[in-house]
Design a protein around this ligand. Structure first.
Ligand code: PHB
Ligand code: FE
Length: 328
């Protein structure tokens, strides 16, 4: 496998629609009014521009995430935490068995720079790739304006827990974080904390449902509490997860309200494995050898529980750990 460098090309020139092209190693990316075109040695791939930008936003915003970010059945990135593979067909049975797949490895920092520049150039004014489709404009047409502000949102990560001194603040109307239109029935009161004498500085609570109901983004988990490697990530979901996530470790989902339907497929081949319907109160452990994509007909709240232990990918891929956490 080669290690390629990523370069941001053609800074001066644009196509007739006003978009720049970008390259990374032997890949070349172009956009037109409706599609992203991905050229690579041996072929050419195409994606609907809205799907492409929504997936690219997650890949950039999450620093290539845990394991695999599949933009669709063909194109994706595989995180090696420092380096990253950009692949076509690597995790697609038909491409792989016919030897039509293509992979290049990059320094994560280099590829991220190219992806950030491409996302910024290809996102027009009025389109926010983190927003629900009903809360944003469309991404089509010739280049017009930009939405750099929306793209620069940092992934929100609590050091210990939301609301602690020196940590992430509680969200409020005054700070410009109103309750979302779909969550007007979510109680906004705060829990009362009555600590035993002597423990006043050691007990904390906040209204996580109220906090999450004020999120203006979808399918973008933010860490609300962090204890060693245990990360509780809360997120609001509406429409569909723009990627098919292939994790390199077990990941737990807790459905807080409403309903998400998960499509589960084999992590390596993409062969369908299951449909999981999660309703309020349901808990599921997503195994380490699958990929998953969620569909949320109405805006819902989901907790994703991640294990940040960096030794896990190797322990799962070597077979030392089983891909699922419990046996019944
Ligand atoms: C996931 O891939 O597990 C995931 C990603 C984003 C979400 C929820 C789940 O908002
Ligand atoms: Fe996942």
């Amino acid at each position: 496998m080669s290690t390629a460098t990523a370069v941001i090309e053609d800074q001066g020139t644009t196509n007739a629609l006003g978009y720049h092209s970008f390259s990374a190693g032997k890949y070349r990316f172009e956009r037109d009014e409706y599609f992203a075109h991905i050229y690579y040695p041996g072929g050419r791939h195409l994606m609907h521009i809205e799907a492409f930008l929504r997936a690219l936003m997650r890949d950039v915003g999450w620093g290539f995430f845990y394991g695999t970010v599949n933009f669709d059945d063909v194109l994706g990135t595989l995180n090696h935490y420092g380096t990253v593979d950009l692949f076509v067909g690597l995790l697609n049975q038909a491409y792989k068995s016919n030897n039509r797949h293509y992979v290049e490895t990059f320094n994560s920092k280099d590829l991220k720079k190219v992806f950030e520049a491409m996302l910024d150039d290809w996102t027009n004014e009025g389109f926010d790739p983190y927003a629900a489709p009903d809360e944003t404009g469309n991404p089509y047409g010739p280049k017009h304006g930009n939405n750099t502000k929306a793209l620069k949102r940092e992934r929100i990560v609590a050091k210990r827990m939301v609301g602690l001194p020196g940590d992430l603040p509680i969200r409020t109307d005054a700070a410009g974080q109103p309750v979302n239109r779909q969550f007007l029935d979510v109680p906004q009161d705060a829990p009362e904390v009555h600590a035993e004498p002597g423990f006043e500085g050691e007990v904390h609570a906040f209204n996580m449902f109220g906090y999450t109901s004020r999120s203006d983004v979808t399918w973008n988990p933010s860490v609300v509490s962090n204890v060693k490697d245990s990360q509780i990530c809360a997120t609001t979901e509406e429409h569909m997860l723009p990627i098919f996530h292939g994790n390199d470790r077990v990941e737990w989902f807790i459905q807080i309200c409403d309903e998400i339907v998960w499509e589960i497929a084999d992590g390596k081949t993409g062969a369908p494995r299951a449909k999981v319907v999660m309703r309020a109160g349901d808990v599921a452990a997503m195994p380490a050898d699958i990929r998953h994509k969620g569909y949320s007909p109405k805006r819902s709240i989901l907790i994703v529980w991640e294990n940040n232990d960096g030794t896990l990918p190797q322990r799962y891929s070597s077979g030392q750990l089983k891909p699922y956490p419990v046996e019944f």
